[in-house]
Design a protein. Structure first.
Length: 441
């Protein structure tokens, strides 16, 4: 059963250790739980896209050939002339067979056998290029008008696009993912159990800010200056975001499993009133929680240096020690179908016991009104949690709650797919950043 929004703070503090404990139990099963041979046999996303492009190559060439056949004499007559009465100098049938050759060879090698080498695409491109060059030199196709130029050129370009895609996208990305897979497998195989026991009072990390839920006024707690009415509203919104974040984390029993990445990162979802589908990602990282605190929570504006899913992050206003207003521009997703979105968020930072928390939600700020350049999206309560490992200071668990309304006229399934892909891509860049930071230290 869902817990009410007025859940006491004591219960909220018990929720995150429970999440970490259950996550550690799943990690303690075996490294093969997430990295089994069955999971590694699945085809990668970038390779699947390559196979789709190869299929497009065949279908596009076939379509152009059918259009060429559909002249005043009819398709049946032209098929007979080009196939039964085949003539190398005047027929387009061999260009279609060349596309079939590429399709069968490339899908056999890269979809069925899943070879991780360039020699198959080299054979395909070499044969295609040599044949088309000889065809253009010796044939009379150029006398046939536009299609005499179009079919050979399109076939030549598609063959080389497939080569570029495989050599510069598929093979390098899969090699990099394999490297990360080996590192993650080693971490899961040799890392200690996370949060296997209850937290002791000695693990309490006293935050410098006010205690959550305190009845004291903001001015008395800050002891620095009197906040304006607008700043008080920002502080109130930040606390609302933190309460919403705690409530989402407290409802782990209601989370729905969505998927698990090759690195063991799990993505769940939760249906919330007024906000719709919320995504929750959990990942184990080989670094202290303080690195995540420094890189993501304290210095969000520097994330653009390594986070490719973020185009801009600017701190518009620092309301107090715990509350800031930020302007963020997220990169496009779903192959450009989802254009870049901008956000104005109020963020609240807290440090409690074994964790660092950054919670935020959409707000309004006078310095960043909506513009025609970007679609103004809105975030519901969400953010990041960095959980310390009590038995190993060099491990931590990251929990990311993504609660975004992308606006625009986008199908719900496309939004969900875009958000899930963004979380996976973000974790890929974060792991690279963690390796860089830990190497320097």
């Amino acid at each position: 059963m869902s817990k009410p929004w007025g859940l006491p703070n004591g219960d909220l503090e018990q929720s995150l250790p429970a999440i970490a404990s259950s996550f550690s139990q799943s990690q303690s099963r075996s490294p093969h739980h997430y990295f089994s041979p069955e999971r590694r046999r699945t085809i990668s996303d970038v390779r699947r896209t390559f196979c789709l492009f190869v299929t497009f190559d065949l279908l596009f060439i076939a379509l152009l050939w059918i259009i060429e056949l559909n002249t005043s004499k009819g398709i049946q007559y032209n098929l007979k002339e080009e196939i039964i009465n085949y003539d190398f100098k005047s027929s387009f049938f061999d260009i279609f067979l060349l596309a079939v050759f590429r399709f069968l060879l490339l899908l056999l090698g890269y979809a069925v056998l899943r070879i991780r080498h360039w020699w198959i695409i080299a054979i395909s491109t070499l044969v295609s290029s040599a044949f088309l060059i000889v065809k253009v030199i010796l044939s009379d196709l150029l006398a046939k008008g536009a299609f005499g130029y179009l079919l050979p050129i399109v076939s030549f370009v598609l063959a080389w696009l497939e080569t570029w895609f495989l050599d510069f996208k598929v093979l390098p990305q899969e090699a990099e993912e394999e490297w990360w897979y080996l590192r993650a497998q080693a971490a899961v195989a040799h890392g200690p159990l996370l949060y296997s026991g209850a937290l002791s009072d000695g693990q309490f990390y006293s935050p410098p800010e006010s205690v959550a839920g305190s009845d004291d006024s903001d001015d008395e707690l800050l002891g620095k200056r009197v906040l304006t009415e607008e700043e008080r509203e920002y502080v109130r919104q930040g606390k609302m975001a933190m309460e919403g974040m705690d409530q989402i984390l407290a409802q782990e029993e209601n989370w729905t499993f969505e998927k698990c990445s090759d690195f063991g990162d799990t993505v769940h979802s939760l249906e919330m009133p007024f906000y719709g589908k919320v995504f929750i990602l959990k990942a184990v990282l080989q670094c202290p929680a303080e690195i995540i605190y420094q890189e993501m929570i304290l210095q969000p504006e520097k994330m653009v240096l390594w986070n490719k899913t973020l185009l801009t992050c600017q701190i518009l206003q620092r309301v107090d020690d715990n509350t800031t207003i930020s302007y963020d521009v997220a990169a496009g997703a779903a192959g450009g179908v989802v254009s870049p979105r901008d956000f104005v968020n109020v963020r609240r930072i807290e440090r409690r016991r074994d964790r660092y928390i950054s919670a935020g939600m959409a707000t309004v700020h006078g310095s960043r009104p909506p513009t025609s350049k970007y679609v103004r999206a809105e975030n519901g309560p969400g953010g990041f949690v960095a959980l310390k490992c009590p038995t190993n200071p060099n491990l931590c668990t990251l929990i990311w709650v993504l609660n975004a309304d992308l606006k625009g006229r986008l199908p719900r399934y496309l939004i969900n797919q875009s958000l899930g892909a963004t979380m996976t891509e973000f974790m890929f860049h974060l792991r690279k950043r963690v390796v860089e930071v830990t190497a320097r230290s």
